[in-house]
Ligand binder design. Structure first.
Ligand code: TGC
Ligand code: FAD
Length: 387
């Protein structure tokens, strides 16, 4: 049994099809062979492993659920398993894939013109063009409806002014999906690298998600032709629809990070001898490991059922909120406890829990903070929006 298949106390393996297992194992091998050997150094040096991008494209990891434009045409459970495996490696690597697929290819596919799809999707699937998604602004990300970035019509063009903050892949992106306020509500625009007045600046010194590029975007009278507007996106539902895709992937990813931490803690407990016996013999350690497994198992089942609902076309975005909230919280709690179990060694980059623990501080904040997801669920239960 491959490591990536463990832990699996409830035989979730038997609930997957042969194709789904194959996709998971292929991506799992890529993570074991190509991501894990380099990711610690990338984290230390605050760099993203760009040379992995062509290999990820070759594996069909960008826009994997689309059936056209050179994409793999996989189901949503496969997409989730891809995200689980990538985040078992590192949240930064999963972030790259989430942004490319869920936040950039998805809006072009769902809201774009045929020309926009033909121009961007095949190249993005091959990893030759990279995207970023600009929604959050310096004055606050939880309430994007109050965004200050504007797009004003000027003849056949739009003039964009404003700024976006905390944007994954911002400075390396060839195309930015930019959400701006217009006289007709929120609209989405394709802002291309090199357009006059469009600049980026990286945000350094992050203590979290260090193997991922995060940038600010600035728009100073950027002239964008109307052909670069996404005609199918009207109102805040446009960007929120993209967030549903990415949040779905994060729900699976949080469990991938938890699985990696649990396994490292378990191996350590088998090997570490204290007071004359291995730590696995201690009741307190067994309870902690069992507690991790309980959390992971509930998260695995939640992700899988969410994926089956998505494949059936009946998934609701409130379910995604609950799964993102629960599974990222599982990842954080498991990572933190695993870090402690490893003792002093647990603070070293040689061990994965501290890297996952720090990464998950971003993951619990982006794509809607934990509080926002709790309030989304609360709104569904009560009918009252208490944001
Ligand atoms: P609200 O009235 O609830 O909704 C406005 C319209 O949107 C529809 N809608 C959704 N549609 C699809 N999916 C969803 N998840 C949706 N949620 C709402 C809704 O039906 C409505 O449609 P219509 O036709 O009636 O107009 O809007 P609100 O202003 O009350 O806001 C609600 C709230 C707080 C939940 C929303 O603003 C929110 O989710 N805030 C959090 C913002 C957020 O998550 N930002 C993430 C930025 S991107 C990012 O973090 C990328 S990280 C990338 C990485 O590295 O992985
Ligand atoms: P705020 O919205 O200012 O929230 C501050 C605090 O208030 C939080 O604790 C929040 O939970 C709480 N809060 C908010 N509303 C309420 C309420 N009603 N009641 C009680 N408490 C509340 N954004 C993008 O658009 N694209 C990206 O690619 C992207 N990548 C990111 C990468 C990283 C590494 C990080 C850290 C963030 C990224 N983000 C991105 C931004 C992210 O989506 C925002 O940080 C997030 O939405 C929260 O916004 P904020 O940081 O402005 O916090």
């Amino acid at each position: 049994m491959r490591d990536s298949q463990k832990p699996d106390l409830f035989d979730i393996e038997s609930l997957l099809t042969e194709d789904e297992r194959q996709v998971r194992d292929t991506v799992g091998r890529f993570v074991d062979d190509r991501v894990l050997p380099v990711i610690g150094e990338c984290f230390e040096k605050e760099s993203f492993p760009m040379d992995l991008v062509p290999e990820m494209a070759e594996l069909g990891l960008f826009g994997p659920t689309f059936e056209d434009y050179g994409c793999a045409g996989l189901n949503n459970v496969c997409y989730g398993l891809i995200m689980q495996e990538l985040e078992r490696g590192d949240s930064g690597v999963r972030s790259f894939a989430s942004v490319q697929s869920g936040l950039c290819m998805y809006p072009i596919h769902a809201y774009g013109t045929d020309e926009q799809k033909q121009q961007w999707l095949p190249e993005m699937a091959k990893g030759r063009k990279i995207g970023c998604f600009g929604l959050t602004e310096p004055d606050g990300g939880s309430d994007p409806g109050t965004m200050k970035t504007t797009a004003k019509k000027d003849g056949g063009d739009w003039i964009i002014n404003g700024a976006k903050m905390w944007i994954t892949n911002g400075s390396i992106a060839d195309i930015a999906i930019v959400w701006a306020s217009t006289d007709d509500g929120v609209r989405g625009f394709l802002v291309e690298k090199g357009m006059s007045g469009y600049t980026t600046r990286d945000i350094p010194h992050k203590f979290s998600l260090r193997a991922s590029i995060t940038s600010e975007l600035f728009f100073d009278n950027v002239r964008v032709p109307d052909s670069n507007r996404l005609p199918g996106a009207k109102g805040l539902g446009g960007p929120l629809g993209c967030l549903t895709q990415a949040r779905y992937g994060i729900a699976w990813g949080g469990i991938g990070a938890a699985m990696a931490c649990y396994q490292e803690a378990l191996e350590f407990c088998r090997e570490r001898v204290l007071f004359g016996e291995a730590l696995i013999n201690k009741q307190h350690m067994q309870i902690r490991l069992a507690e991790m497994l309980r959390r992971i198992t509930t998260g695995q089942l939640l992700s899988l059922q969410l994926g089956r609902l998505k494949d059936a076309g009946t998934m609701h975005h409130t379910q995604v909120s609950l799964a993102k909230w629960n599974n990222v919280r599982v990842g954080m709690d498991v990572a933190r406890d695993a870090r402690d179990i490893l003792g002093a060694g647990g603070i070293s980059i040689e061990c994965c829990p501290i890297r996952h623990m720090l990464n998950l501080e971003s993951v619990i904040t982006y794509e809607g903070t934990e509080t926002i997801h709790q309030l989304i669920v609360g709104r569904e239960l009560t009918g009252v929006a208490a944001f």
